[in-house]
Design a protein around this ligand. Structure first.
Ligand code: ADP
Ligand code: ASP
Ligand code: MG
Length: 440
């Protein structure tokens, strides 16, 4: 059994959804088809929520109506059968009625999660109606029946495995199972989600839970590229990556994969394939435990980074100092991405600054604290990259015009990370494209 995940652009237009139906019926292998919301929907739902949060009901109403209209038009092109259209209209009415009702109730975080879930609920139901119209046998497995996260927002892989096995057992005669990406149920039993871009994570968790033959991530590009195609003009796809390399790239900003989406597949050794719905014949990228080759494979950048420097003369020869510093971050459940130390100072970076005020106050007990916001981490990733000859020389030669704030080398053999001001991100990625890959 395999997993096939289709992202927002892959289901975002009626004819794209038709293509998805073709792709899932191409072979006989049984499969769980994980769908994202139609492209633009989750962003629209975020905006609706934001309008409600600030009490602007008329803006929310307008946004809901615009989205409703989008879906009305979508089904006209998706379906041709009258019965199917009636069913689809009923589905849309049900979900937009819910959105209209929430205009009248007071906003809460739980309600926000309910709103955000509507996109995947809609896309999967509409896709199933299309499959039915085409007489393609299938069944919808509601993700809210098996995808659970604990009190720390961590997926409960053991429970997911058991629940999913039961659901599959109950529907043994089926070959195509359709489910929602992104959405989950939390420890309180409420509707929740796996954070933006989380459908990749859903797919990988499902693939791990059922020990899938492969986890296919279908998107709008032919695999992981060597650099960010949104920023750099000339980028090329990478044929093969190891789980470690892919995980580093996903974590450090390659948007094609959700930051946490590799570990479940890696842990249960399920190969991941990144494929292009717009060009299904393209090789894409295969991610397994093997790296394929040694050396630099790709660069990625993650912004929204804050650097924190703690300077303390007391640090000199003081064992236990770092533990105390780390305990502050642990207390506020804020993870550290990069760290560098000197005899009198330690610098760390974080990407979640919700508790920055509290953290700063507690760190000030140890010494002087300096904060730099608006930073970016640029990661250079490749198998055994730190052992690659002349890599540092080449790297710093190519970006000699960029002021580098921190360097992390040797933390893993597959990654070298640099911290720069956010404003240099585009230029740095472009310079690295020339310097490391010879692509202009
Ligand atoms: P989906 O909706 O299918 O989940 P996403 O928009 O989340 O698609 O991810 C695909 C996009 O990721 C691509 O269109 C591309 O612009 C972007 N991207 C960023 N970095 C990379 C990279 N290194 N390789 C490929 N795509 C990347
Ligand atoms: N629809 C969700 C989002 O836009 C999840 C996903 O697309 O992966 O973030
Ligand atoms: Mg995505």
């Amino acid at each position: 059994m395999k997993v096939m995940k289709f992202g927002g652009t892959s289901v975002g237009k009626p004819h794209r959804m038709h293509e998805v139906a073709k792709l899932v019926t191409k072979d006989e292998e049984s499969k769980i088809v994980v769908l994202s919301a139609l492209s633009g929907t989750t962003n629209a739902l975020v905006e609706i929520s934001a309008s409600l949060a600030r009490g602007d009901r008329s803006a929310a109403k307008e946004q809901i109506d615009a989205l409703d209209l989008h879906y009305q038009q979508f089904i006209q092109e998706l379906l041709s059968d009258k019965t199917a259209l009636t069913k689809a209209k009923a589905v849309i009415a049900e979900h937009f009625e819910f959105l209209t009702i929430i205009l009248k109730i007071s906003f809460s975080e739980a309600l926000n999660k309910d709103i955000l879930a509507q996109g995947e609920l809609l896309s999967t139901k509409l896709f199933c109606i299309y499959l039915e119209e085409k007489k393609i046998d299938h069944i919808l497995l509601p993700a809210l029946d098996f995808m659970t996260i604990d009190g720390y927002d961590e997926p409960q892989i053991g429970a997911i495995k058991v629940k999913l096995a039961q659901l599959l057992q109950r529907n043994k005669d089926k070959n195509i199972f359709v489910t929602q990406g992104y959405i989950s149920r939390n420890a309180k039993g409420e509707v929740d989600n796996l954070k933006r871009g989380g459908s990749d994570y859903s797919a990988s968790l499902i693939a791990a839970a059922i020990n899938a033959s492969v986890c296919e991530i279908w998107t709008d590009i032919d695999g992981m590229h060597n650099n960010d195609p949104r920023i750099v003009k000339k980028t090329v796809p990478i044929e093969q990556l190891s789980f470690e390399e892919a995980a580093e790239l996903a974590y450090f900003g390659a948007k094609i994969l959700h930051p946490a989406s590799i570990w479940p597949a890696q842990y249960f050794n399920v190969p991941v394939r990144l494929l292009n719905t717009l060009f299904p014949e393209a090789k894409g990228t295969l991610i397994t435990e093997k790296a394929g080759s040694v050396g630099v494979k790709a660069v990625a950048a993650k912004d929204g980074i804050t650097a924190i420097k703690i300077k303390s003369s007391r640090m000199l020869l003081a064992y236990g100092f770092l533990r105390k510093v780390f305990e502050v971050f642990e207390k506020y459940r804020t993870s550290i991405d990069m760290i560098t130390t000197s005899e009198v100072a330690v610098s760390v970076t974080i990407d979640n600054d919700i508790y920055l005020g509290e953290i700063t106050r507690e760190l000030e007990v140890f010494g002087t604290v300096e904060i730099d916001t608006n930073q970016a981490i640029v990661s250079i990733v490749g198998n055994e990259i730190t052992e690659t000859k002349d890599i540092m020389e080449k790297l710093f030669e190519s970006i000699s015009s960029i002021p580098v704030r921190m360097v992390s080398y040797g933390g893993s053999r597959h990654n070298i990370s640099l911290l720069i001001a956010r404003s240099y991100k585009e230029e740095t990625l472009q310079l690295l494209n020339v310097g490391l890959f010879g692509l202009d």
